[in-house]
Design a protein around this ligand. Structure first.
Ligand code: HEM
Length: 218
């Protein structure tokens, strides 16, 4: 435990924590996305998924606490690394020449903040129903279809999924580097995998609000 705290105190330790917690969240999101797109087959599939989650009882709560812990560690590490970087250069550069970087890399912090706002909204929308126009507990399929009929909400979901895709593509790419895989020989595969997972997960989720806006999901 002492060793773990000593590692956490270092910059590399915080980056490793971000990579590991990021992977935990991605695993959750892959299964969440697959369960959600089943709504196109039959909205009842989503109800069974929600019922199955509840049937897990205490295991669901362990998973929820684990997921929440991963989110908290990820955010705290990101915040502390940002502050460390600022302290290392308290006076901004006179001229700011753009490094060879990607749009996804430059939007990590703002994208992360938007995702945090999204998650809070999302839980109040589909889990508690507080921000839902016509919430029916236990009827997840119906709640998603009804909730997505509110166009500004569906647009917010789409924008958030764009942020999620960008965040993922850079996050996955950077995690591999942190965990020691940065041999130029397979950098191309690393980038391909990062974009592939990002497009698959964010794109899969995005089909739901997009279908609602286009009138295919009602
Ligand atoms: C179009 C995209 C999405 C749809 C339609 C959707 C749908 C849902 C639904 C219906 C629930 C409630 C399940 C229940 O009845 O308990 C839920 C829960 C949840 N969603 Fe999503 N979701 C989407 C995207 C996301 C994203 C991108 C994230 C994370 C960044 C996310 C994180 C969560 C979490 C953490 C829960 C709570 C799980 C629990 O504790 O039971 N969702 N989602």
């Amino acid at each position: 435990m002492k060793r773990l705290f000593a590692l956490w105190a270092t910059t590399v330790g915080k980056k490793v924590a971000m990579a590991v917690t990021g992977i935990v969240m991605i695993l959750f999101l892959v299964s969440h996305m697959i369960s959600n797109v089943l709504i196109f087959k039959n909205p009842a599939h989503l109800d069974s998924y929600a019922a199955w989650l509840r049937s897990l009882g205490p295991a669901l709560w362990i998973a929820r606490v684990g997921l929440l812990g991963a989110v908290v560690v990820h955010i705290v590490a990101a915040y502390q690394l940002t502050m460390r970087a600022r302290r290392a250069r308290p006076i901004a550069y006179d001229r700011h020449e753009k490094q060879v970087t990607t749009y996804a890399a430059r939007t990590m912090r703002w994208g992360g903040v938007l995702l945090l706002v999204f998650i809070v909204f999302h839980l109040l929308h589909f889990t508690t129903g507080t921000l839902h126009p016509d919430f029916h507990p236990g009827e997840a399929g119906r709640n998603v279809i009804e909730g997505m009929q509110v166009t500004p909400v569906a647009i917010f979901y789409l924008v958030s999924m764009l942020a999620l895709g960008l965040h993922f593509s850079h996050g996955i790419w950077a995690s591999f580097g942190t965990l020691g895989f940065h041999n130029p020989a397979y950098n191309q595969w690393r980038r391909l995998l990062a974009w592939g997972v990002a497009i698959l997960v964010a794109g899969g989720f995005a089909t739901i609000p997009a279908a609602a806006i286009l009138g295919y999901l009602k």
